[in-house]
Design a protein around this ligand. Structure first.
Ligand code: GLN
Length: 488
């Protein structure tokens, strides 16, 4: 077995038992990248030399018994929206071609302090706008379980890299499902944290009231280990409250679902869902029931509006965030010689942004424009409150809520490309969680008859990550879906 297909938990133990070194583990990831990434295309930048240097430094710490973290010496891939000092950070957009930040994101700094080995940057939909990693300026990433299918998106590079055994874990971002959906499509575990649980400082923004950062791993245990290092208040991000960070791994050791009530919202178990997805999620719930959990059917009555609210708020915020890309401070600027400053901006943005970005900027500018602002943006904010209240009400009666992550398994590359509305419908089960600012965990719960992974979503109240990870961990102790590997 390749070392690179190990989970963090196994690798961290083996590193301490001196079964292999971080350099060997890192080399095994670099070999897997060489072997598979020509097909999978998960990486936008590979940092071979600096990764091996990171690994040597980690080995020295491990040899001296001074490893600061479980993550010391463990190779990670970062979605190409995490600022990495001196290393390309492009959001997969031509407008940021070859952009090298002057500083590291807080999460990158924290992982560096933990002794990470940074393998490189992973592909994403342009500025994380998408559900398939097809809007990237680098071209699409392929699903390691079936190269004809998308890995999901926008963190499709991260999920594919983990699933292909090219890294042990990755970081992704989730604004409307971009960690959970690709995790589900690639058969890995992905955690969307509570809004503000993890600092977004130094991470390229998509929609600032919805964006969150989280781990993409091979198990719930591994997600807990990563979250431990990256969670918490950051003075550079005013949306990170000073809420105590639990000892997530200690909480996992106590994991038990006996007596827990799981809510099943009727609006999420609906006809249009692929019967194989529905059946796999229901079978997974049975596993938790056997461990003592109770089931309660609930209603989240405003769920049907979640997607509409999201697709007003998100493009509005995207259009505002994209205003800073003018080709002067960041990015290469226009190729055509402009006659004046206005044309400089016009050419930069016309050439630099892809079609989906232009669509979002136009939609968002429209919904924020005077005369339409109240009808669209303000109204969506009001409905957002109703969506939040649904969850608040539900959590009076249940501990967690379980739903499918997606209505189907991974779709074929190109299948939704010409139909933005069909693409947006992909996010039907994930966006309300962002709209409400809640945490959600995606765990693999089986395969379709086509051998494509299926994911289950576990949603909890704000700052209940420990509980979600407990439920995921109990499930993974009873099952082995998370141990299946797409590539040898
Ligand atoms: N698919 C969603 C969108 O395109 C979510 C993206 C994300 O979470 N970054 O808006």
């Amino acid at each position: 077995m390749n070392l690179s297909s190990l989970a963090i938990q196994e690798a961290a133990t083996a590193l301490r038992e001196k079964k292999f070194s971080s350099v060997e583990l890192t080399q095994s990831c670099l070999d897997a990248i060489k072997k598979h990434d020509g097909d999978v295309r998960a990486f936008t930048t590979v940092c071979e030399e600096s990764a091996l240097a990171n690994a040597r430094a980690a080995d020295a710490l491990l040899a001296a018994n001074k490893a600061p973290s479980i993550l010391t010496g463990i190779p990670v891939a970062l979605k190409d929206v995490f600022c990495t000092k001196g290393i390309n950070t492009t959001a997969a957009s031509n407008i940021l071609k070859d952009f090298k930040p002057a500083y590291d994101a807080t999460t990158v700094k924290k992982l560096a302090a933990a002794g990470m080995v940074m393998l490189g940057k992973t592909n994403t939909d342009e500025f994380t706008c998408g559900s398939s990693t097809e809007t990237s300026c680098y071209g699409t990433t392929h699903n390691p379980w079936n190269l004809d299918c998308t890995p999901g998106g926008s963190s499709g590079g991260s999920s594919a890299a983990v699933a292909a055994g090219e890294c042990l874990y990755a970081l992704g971002t989730d604004t409307g499902g971009s960690i959970r959906q690709p995790a589900a499509y690639c058969g890995i575990t992905g955690l969307k944290v509570t809004y503000g649980r993890v600092s977004r400082f130094g991470v390229i923004s998509m929609a600032s009231s919805l964006d969150s950062i989280g781990p993409m791993t091979k198990s719930a245990w591994d997600s807990a280990a990563v979250l431990q290092e990256i969670a918490g208040h950051d003075e550079h991000d005013t949306t990170t409250p000073n809420v105590a960070v639990p000892d997530y791994l200690a909480e996992l050791a106590k994991a038990d679902v006996a007596g827990m009530t799981i809510g099943l919202p009727k609006e999420y178990f609906i006809k249009g869902t692929d019967p194989e997805v529905d059946a796999a999620v229901r079978t997974a719930i049975e596993v938790l029931v056997k461990k003592g959990a109770k089931i309660k059917e609930i209603s989240l009555p405003h769920s049907p509006y979640g997607l509409a609210v999201y697709y007003v708020l998100c493009p509005s915020e995207v259009s505002a965030n994209m205003a800073r890309y003018d080709g002067i401070r960041m990015g290469p600027g226009p190729t055509k010689e402009p006659k004046d400053l206005a044309e400089y901006y016009f050419n930069t943005r016309g050439e630099g942004f892809g079609a989906e970005m232009k669509r979002r900027i136009m939609m968002g500018t429209y919904t924020l424009s005077s005369g339409y602002y109240d009808a669209y943006y303000t109204k969506a904010q009001k409905v957002r409150t109703l969506v939040m209240r649904d969850f608040d009400e539900a959590f009076k009666d249940v501990d967690v809520i379980i739903t499918p992550v997606t209505p189907s398994t991974a779709f074929k590359i190109g299948e939704n490309s010409n139909d933005p509305v069909k693409m947006y419908l992909e996010d039907i089960f994930t966006v309300s969680v962002n709209v409400a600012g809640l945490p959600g965990l995606a765990v693999p719960v089986g395969f379709s008859s086509q051998k494509m992974p299926i994911g289950m979503q576990i949603i909890g109240p704000m700052f209940s990550e420990a509980k979600l990870l407990q439920v995921g961990h109990v499930y993974q102790q009873e099952t082995s879906w998370h141990k299946e590997r797409a590539m040898k």
